[in-house]
Write a protein of this length. Sequence first.
Length: 345
Amino acid sequence: MLTYTSTQVSPTLATRLRSMPKVEIHVHLEGAIDAQTVYSMAQRNQVTLPVASFEEWKSFYQFRDFPHFIEVYRAASQCMQTPEDFAEMAEQFLKNQSQQNIRYSEAYFSPALHHGKLSNDELLDALAVGAATGEDKYGSRVRFIADISREFSELQSQVLDFALKGQEKGIVIGFGIGGPETGYPPENYTETFAKARSQGLRVVAHAGETEGPPSIWGALNSLQAERIGHGVRCLEDAVLVETLRQKQTPLEVSPQSNYCLSIVSPDQPHPIRQMLDAGLYCTLNSDDPPMFSTDLNNEYLTLAGQEFSWEELWQLNLNTLEATFLGEGEKNLYRAEWQAFLQNL
Ligand SMILES: [Zn+2]
């Protein structure tokens, strides 16, 4: 994939970025599973894929354009059927995260994509089993953010039920909205978000990616989102930038996703530089890694290739940790680990 690069990353910096402990707060479980695993699920669940072979599936999985991305996402989600599939997804996700030294993740999960397959209890128990096995084996943890798929807004109260049940079981920490932003403004979800907040769920919203500032204003004012997924188009509205700066609302920035989906032109540096210069609170994330041929390491390397210094990249890593929905006690454990890494450099 062609992405703007203005400088060569030194091997020392690349190694340091790979080995530093990290967290990730904007990554979709369904979008983080590799082509091979999804293909195996399709075979064992006898799901018909729009391809004739694994080779074709691998190339189908590669990003082409937005409609194709949606097609891949839907096809992949249909392959995920049984409790074993969902447990495997959570476990494999933690394996991949641990290989990048990602110690903790808050991963989006979209129950509407799996509507009618399993009960909420079955789905949540399967995710919990996979998450616990993965944590034991790989030492990396995950908590989920149940995400309303905007285009299935009729299912929003069912997604809330899922989130509340998951909160009781200790594996769901937050509530969000994702999916196509155009035609589905945040205001459509105001009541459901109010209920989620009143039950103690932390709330986030994808906004300011394919739509401009009104979508982010809606996420802030109607949904009272504590973090914004992407948010890069806030730069089009100076008053909004000032509001986000004053509130220090964390923005979940995913450069490679923005390049793939043409939110940012490949011949331009990513606007995260302007966002930081404006005093905004940015975090760094991979969104749907195998579908965008990326991972969190690669996101740090991308910015290193755009003249971000080690100190700036480390600060983004600290920002991401501080923006998690973990309690102070848990954050302190990670803060200590981060400091120990710095001292051993
Ligand atoms: Zn996303």
